[in-house]
Design a protein around this ligand. Sequence first.
Ligand code: FES
Length: 169
Amino acid sequence: MTRRRLLGALVGAVATAIGVALAVPAMAFLSYPARRRTVYGGGEPIDVASLASLPDGKPVRIVVTAPERRDAWTRFTHVTLGGCWLVRDGGDVRALSTVCPHAGCAVDWDAPTGAFVCPCHDSRFSTTGERLSGPSPRPMDALAVELHGGRVRVAWQRFKTASVKKEPV
Ligand code: FES
């Protein structure tokens, strides 16, 4: 082997090593979202109302908004997660998702009959969320509630529809 060919092979080997050393972390960086959970924020209990503002026994519809959410490299603020009904019972508060467990329509409150009603296929629920009638396969989905210092916090979550089991999506 001539000196020129030896030098050429050496330069080629060094260039290949540098290329691999740069490519591996670059590929890891670019494929990062595909390998990991990328959405952060919004799963924790979020402040939605003061306890004093909720009338006893009368459902109040509120919108749960996450102050911040991250998806891969993007940061969003004030992200609307969904709605829920808050039902105060003395010093306790129950949070029921507005998403109907049947097919996902928005469940409304029907004051004259004192029941939650889904307008799509007429499922009806009590103020505790129990199914009274209609095709819904389960009660309204209760959400985790925290009461702290006179404030109400709700952990908003979406669940599979058309299923007897309450499974998070
Ligand atoms: S979507 Fe609510 S009853 Fe069908």
